[in-house]
Ligand binder design. Structure first.
Ligand SMILES: Nc1ncnc2c1ncn2[C@@H]1O[C@H](COP(=O)(O)OP(=O)(O)OP(=O)(O)O)[C@@H](O)[C@H]1O
Length: 362
């Protein structure tokens, strides 16, 4: 069931800057969504329009089928967890979490039960009487979440809320956020510029750039089938090479012809070919599909990140479980299935239409 819909939303700020250009989103209830994009792409503006803190210049916002475009923020069943948590430093954990219910003058026993439950959900049982200053960053983050879920919103907005945490804690909180969302069964809309975070947690990701949605889909879809080079570069590491379709199921790049899985692009058309570093294997020169010379290598614990230059001068990025020698000539091998072909300048709609035709023919 659809809980939030943005219908042709545009936002032009007072200084004339257009931060959002015709945004259309449909979000189902009970799912974990991410808005992912570089700084300035418009993520926070979308969140603020959903929350009711910022007015759209054009377009409508719907909540549960109702037009809420002009509804006051306080009347929306939507809460926000901010980047800096915005906790009240002079109140303890209990008072912070209880705040919204006290404001509504709920009975004390109801408040007590709900605070206990919310603290249990974020795994802070026993912390009710702690001062905020006595908590770690991760614990403060949990208090902020407990405070935001206490009055049972249908949608929770989370704005870059893990960015203040160190890497290990971030990972832990990613698991926790996902678990909390599943437990509550409400819609989470998570804003981040960190693609790993979005891939790890989301049911669906919206990739934004320059106030426009570039692509939406499941993490796997977006990773495996980026619609354009912005998405391919932004989500994960990629080798993106210029190429040309030579017939259905065959593409030419790096001076050679290869079979490939994608189709639906006319022969002769120029394309971009995406190969992910982890889909490349290092082989003996004779066994490889292409020959490259190793330029540099980093050991990253679970794999080596290798840079190597091809005979045409293209610089390849390869993830390999085995190390190589700098200056060594090696082969690279890949499966035709892992070659992803993108049409130049294709929009998401054109990409979907192409894929549908192609799948229909299967
Ligand atoms: N009040 C404002 N007046 C003018 N321009 C604004 C205003 N608020 C935001 N912008 C601009 O709108 C664009 C989108 O901002 P927004 O905060 O939505 O981006 P973001 O993707 O959330 O970025 P970040 O990750 O840095 O928070 C930016 O270029 C920003 O400078």
């Amino acid at each position: 069931m659809e809980i939030i819909k943005l219908d042709h939303i545009t936002k032009q700020y007072d200084d004339g800057f257009v931060a959002l250009k015709d945004i259309n989103l449909e979000l189902e209830s009970g799912k974990f969504y991410s808005l992912l994009g570089p700084s300035g792409s418009g993520k926070t503006t979308i969140l603020r329009i959903i929350a009711g803190f910022t007015e759209a210049s054009a377009g409508r916002v719907y909540f549960d089928g109702q037009d809420i475009t002009n509804l006051d923020a306080s009347k929306r069943h939507i809460n926000t967890v901010f980047q800096n948590y915005a906790l009240f430093p002079h109140l303890n954990v209990y008072e912070n979490v209880a705040f919204a219910l006290k404001l509504r003058r709920r009975p004390e026993n109801e408040i007590r039960a709900k605070v206990r439950e919310a603290l249990h959900t974020v795994r802070l049982d026993g912390y009710a009487n702690r001062e905020i200053s006595e908590l770690s960053g991760g614990q403060q983050q949990r208090v902020a979440i407990a405070r935001a879920i206490i009055n049972e919103p249908k949608v929770l907005l989370l704005d870059e809320c893990l960015s203040a945490l160190d890497k290990r804690l971030r990972k832990e909180m990613q698991f926790e956020l996902r678990a909390i969302q599943k437990k509550l069964g409400i819609t989470f809309i998570f804003v981040t510029h960190d693609q790993e975070e979005a891939l790890a947690m989301s049911d669906e990701i919206f990739v934004l750039n320059d106030g426009e949605i570039q692509q939406s889909g499941s993490p796997v879809d977006i990773y495996d089938e980026p619609v354009n080079d912005f998405v391919a570069r932004f989500i994960g590491d990629s080798n993106i090479l210029p190429g040309r379709m030579i017939r259905d199921f065959a593409v030419e790049f790096a001076g050679k012809k290869f079979e490939c899985a994608d189709a639906g692009i006319t022969s002769g058309e120029k394309v971009e070919v995406v190969l992910r570093p982890e889909d490349l294997d290092i082989t003996e020169p004779a066994a490889g599909k292409l020959l490259v010379t190793v330029q540099s290598q980093l050991f990253l614990g679970d794999h080596f990140e290798i840079k190597a230059v091809g005979q045409d001068g293209f610089e390849w990025l390869i993830h390999s479980t085995n190390g190589v020698q700098i200056g060594q000539e090696v082969g690279i091998f890949f499966d035709p299935e892992d070659i992803h072909v993108m049409r130049l300048g294709e929009t998401e709609e054109e990409f979907d239409a192409r894929l549908e035709t192609y799948e229909g023919e299967d």
